[in-house]
Design a protein around this ligand. Structure first.
Ligand code: AN0
Ligand code: CP
Length: 315
């Protein structure tokens, strides 16, 4: 594997999940693999989990890690070809990607959706430009429309926690004070279509995700109905795809409460974090024994370590 851009880069999902679970049992067993190799982590947006778990994964493999925040520190990058660069951007991605390729052996990038122009975001310009101009493997740490490290983590976490072969998994939209990208939801939806699960999406009318991603997945506009007999409740806010980047409504009645969890099959509660308590989910649910959000965040390290291991083995 050269790049880990989307979950389509996973050849055999069950093999990957099993290998990640093995890595979790002995995280230091490949400490030689990354010796004298350097990973660069570029952040165009904030992060807690992605930054620290990817760094931890690299250290577990014996790699050196360089981290750079572009929020306030890096030169603002130009992504259009042929521009007269007399405006705000100081450096073209063409030079930046080639220069960084000389310092690093692997490059991981976080660049969120701007939520201004749907075509721009869905063209994945930032990640595609880095893949085009860099000469080293690229890892997606959440791009405009995808969060494949999170989705791999979620697949590992569901596999570890499921009690039946084919669990019922519900992705529920939740309210949020800010408009958020569709990336986490998109990659989770793609991942659930590859897993053995009864998968249902529930959200208010107007929050349909891109149909080229949801395909045949059933959508139930009645949250209570969707939650019935669920084994896993995965909660996330996203802004509208149709009225791109808009919040339209912020219906607080979509918050996950203990009352709502009662109709599930004693479901596990999942969220990628960071989460707004008592807006997205009540304290009583996220603090309950059924909440696996902390364990889920722990698995970020093993998902990242598996991806880096595969890249190192093939380079
Ligand atoms: C981001 C998002 O929704 O894409 C990152 C989630 C991992 N969340 C926020 O900005 C709160
Ligand atoms: N889940 C996730 O990607 O968290 P961070 O934004 O803190 O990295």
């Amino acid at each position: 594997m050269n790049n880990y851009f989307s979950i389509e880069d996973i050849d055999s999902l069950s093999d990957w999940i099993n290998e990640a679970i093995e890595i979790k049992k002995a995280p230091l067993s490949n400490k030689q693999l990354g010796q004298n190799k350097t990973i660069g982590l570029l952040f165009f947006n904030p992060s807690l989990r992605t930054r620290l778990s990817t760094q931890k994964a690299a250290l577990n493999l014996g790699m050196n890690v360089l981290v750079m925040n572009f929020t306030g520190e890096g030169w603002s990058l130009e992504h259009e070809d042929g521009t007269v660069m007399d405006q705000g951007n100081s450096e073209h991605v063409k030079e930046a990607a080639q220069v960084v390729s000389q310092y690093c052996d692997v490059l991981a990038i976080r660049a969120f959706a701007k939520l201004e122009n749907r075509e721009d975001d869905y063209s994945e310009k930032v990640l595609n430009n880095f893949m085009k101009y860099a000469s080293i493997p690229i890892v997606n740490m959440e791009s405009a429309t995808k969060h494949p490290l999170q989705a791999l983590t979620d697949a590992i976490t569901i596999t570890e926690n499921k009690k039946v072969k084919k669990p019922k998994v519900v992705l529920s939209w939740a309210p949020h004070p800010k408009a958020l990208p569709q990336a986490v939801a998109n990659s989770f939806v793609e991942m659930m279509q590859r897993m053995d699960a009864h998968f249902v999406i529930t959200h208010p009318v107007g929050f349909e995700l891109a149909s080229q991603i949801t395909k045949q997945v059933p959508i139930d506009y009645n949250q209570n109905n969707a939650l019935k007999d669920a084994d896993f409740v995965y909660v996330k806010n996203w802004s509208s795809y149709e009225n791109y980047g808009q919040t339209l409504v912020n219906d607080l009645s979509w918050k996950i409460t203990q009352e709502k969890m009662k109709v599930t099959n004693n479901a596990k509660f999942m969220h990628c974090l960071p989460v707004r308590r008592n807006v997205v989910v009540d304290d009583a649910v996220i603090d309950s024994d059924n909440s696996i959000v902390i364990e889920q965040a722990n698995n970020r390290t093993y998902a990242a370590q598996l991806v880096l291991k595969k890249i190192l083995e093939e380079s």
